[in-house]
Design a protein around this ligand. Structure first.
Ligand SMILES: Cc1cc2nc3c(=O)[nH]c(=O)nc-3n(C[C@H](O)[C@H](O)[C@H](O)COP(=O)(O)O)c2cc1C
Ligand code: SF4
Length: 513
């Protein structure tokens, strides 16, 4: 067997030089008369080791990283030997990977993302084949039994959403995948779409079979061009192989799928705004009810699910709902792919069953801050998530435990800050973000966020501090209670947590109290 060499084709790895490394490996191997098979795999999600090159001589995959073009000649000269300074040993034994519970991301970085053969050889489409044997109600029941809750942020039970769409009357129903992934520090959706696109496609087909929808759309943020290319290619190949189209695997059932691009507005990740945008209109939030499940795209019953929710479905149908529900705690079943970002030594994707602690994530997996300074704050769950202080790092990573401390897990984004952070600046940033991204439909959010920036500016200058702090508190409560959607309704969470947990940062400037 010739040596198989794997070099990731995923965006993070590419931005760190994986493309040049791959080209050079081919060239240098040829110059040495060494026969290799170069495979462009997805990323394993160990970003601090990218470009992570793997080799397999028939005895299993071994990893090397981070590989620079300057390392290629010596790697080949050593025949990718275990004594090379960049040798990391067998990939599956890397503690960072071994200590995870990879369920949805089991295939991540293992396969060539757009190879149908690779996908099928690793259990791909087994879930769909099982699904084709079941009735819609049996399918919905399986998803209910798995305990899967929406991974886009609100954690709404996926099976119940599907039941509503199944029960709704409509000549046409839709499956819409929310791939807008706007939360700070998040990239799990991108990794699915770039590194395992058939998994999302399979999940959407199964969702269609479950609720009686024959058309699906992936609403993809335009900033993900590689995900777009991989999805388009994978959809075309799945169609050619009879997984999509009018007669899925000769079952007589139909499902068609298209990608639609968003234009970079955070609010278009909110499901009703997304539907407006998909219909070709400006992304403005719709009042609920009616729920999208009853009156969604073009006024018809629509499942809107996050990429990760849909990507979890094939394994639920392949391995059974009990297997998925076997991970996690209490009402948080299964796994969540956490995304470590910000000032962190070892950033990347960590898929864990619910119930581990935030400290494990930051210290054991993340290795502390990248700067080497003490970690002072962490924002979990995107720009609308609360800031947490080290005293809260032992909180269990589950939906209810986070809710109990006024925080959210959201889409699993974890952004780390060291002790050089100014939390008053961060609070200001939250309000400013809302000013930029508000759809403008309701006053507490549209006007409130602008006033919020002004009030925080006055506090930071030390002007009438006590009165302005009281005003900020009042404003936050008004936004929470009076906003139409979570954009205005949750912006106060990071603001409030910043001044509650880090009050000293709001008192830096002198001035009358
Ligand atoms: C301001 C705002 C932005 C959002 N952005 C996203 C997003 O980028 N991706 C996502 O899946 N859900 C996002 N959501 C949540 C969606 O409205 C919706 O709950 C989700 O797509 C439902 O899918 P799920 O049940 O699978 O989580 C956002 C919500 C709000 C209020
Ligand atoms: S809270 Fe903000 S984003 Fe949401 S509907 Fe109101 S103005 Fe629009």
């Amino acid at each position: 067997m010739s040596l198989r060499v794997f070099v990731p084709c995923e965006t993070t790895a590419l931005s760190l030089g994986a493309g040049d490394v791959a080209t050079l490996i081919s060239r240098e191997a040829e110059a040495r008369g060494l026969e290799i098979e170069l495979v462009r795999n997805g990323s394993r999600g160990l970003f601090w080791l990218e470009p992570l090159v793997e080799v397999d001589d028939g005895t299993g995959r071994r990893a090397f990283g981070p590989v620079d073009t300057a390392d290629v000649a010596s790697l080949l000269d050593s025949h990718f030997g275990d004594d090379h300074p960049l040798a990391l040993g067998p990939t599956d034994e890397l503690p960072w990977l071994k200590q995870q519970q990879r369920v949805t991301f089991a295939r991540l970085g293992v396969t060539d993302p757009v190879s149908l053969n690779d996908y099928r050889a690793t259990g791909g489409f087994d879930g769909l084949h099982n699904a084709l044997e079941l009735t819609p109600q049996q399918l919905v029941d399986k998803v209910k039994a798995s305990g899967l809750r929406g991974r886009g942020g609100a954690a709404f039970p996926t099976g119940i959403k599907w039941q509503t769409v199944l029960d709704a009357a409509g000549a046409q129903k839709y499956i819409v995948c929310n791939a807008d992934e706007g939360d700070s520090g998040t990239f799990a959706d991108r990794l699915v779409m770039e590194c395992d696109p058939y998994m999302l496609i399979e999940g959407m087909i199964i969702a269609g079979l479950a609720v009686g929808a024959t058309q699906g759309y992936i609403y993809l943020r335009e900033e993900y061009p590689l995900a777009h290319r991989h999805l388009d290619l994978a959809i075309a190949r799945a169609e050619a192989a009879g997984y999509l189209g009018n007669n899925i695997q000769n079952s007589g059932r139909a499902f068609a799928l298209e990608v639609r691009l968003g234009a970079g507005a955070y609010i278009c990740g909110e499901e009703t705004s997304l539907l407006e945008s998909l219909e070709g209109k400006r992304g403005m939030v719709r009042a609920k009810p009616p729920l999208p499940a009853i009156e969604g795209l073009f006024g018809l019953p629509t499942v809107v699910n996050n990429v990760l929710s849909l990507a979890a479905v094939p394994s639920i149908l392949r391995d059974g709902p009990e297997h998925y529900a076997g991970f996690g705690v209490e009402r948080s079943r299964g796994t969540l792919p956490f995304q470590l970002a910000g000032n962190i030594a070892q950033g990347g994707l960590v898929e864990l069953a619910f119930g581990h602690s935030l400290r494990e994530l930051i210290e054991d997996f993340g290795g502390g801050s990248a700067s080497g300074r003490p970690v002072r704050a962490v924002q979990v769950g995107g720009p609308l998530g609360a800031y947490l202080s080290p005293a809260q790092f032992d909180t269990a990573l589950d939906y209810e435990a986070f809710s109990a401390i006024g925080a959210v897990l959201g889409h699993g984004g974890v952004v780390v800050f060291d002790d050089s952070v100014d939390m008053a600046e961060q609070a200001r940033f939250s309000m400013e973000f809302c000013v930029e991204e508000s759809c403008g439909k309701c006053t507490p959010c549209r006007i409130g966020s602008t006033r919020g920036v002004e009030v925080i500016d006055r506090i930071m200058r030390g002007e009438n501090r006590d009165a302005n702090m009281a005003l900020l508190e009042d404003l936050c409560d008004t936004m929470i209670q009076g906003s139409l959607c979570a954009m205005g309704g949750m912006t106060p969470f990071p603001v409030k947590s910043a001044y509650t947990l880090f009050p000293e940062d709001f008192q830096r400037q002198g001035g009358e109290a």
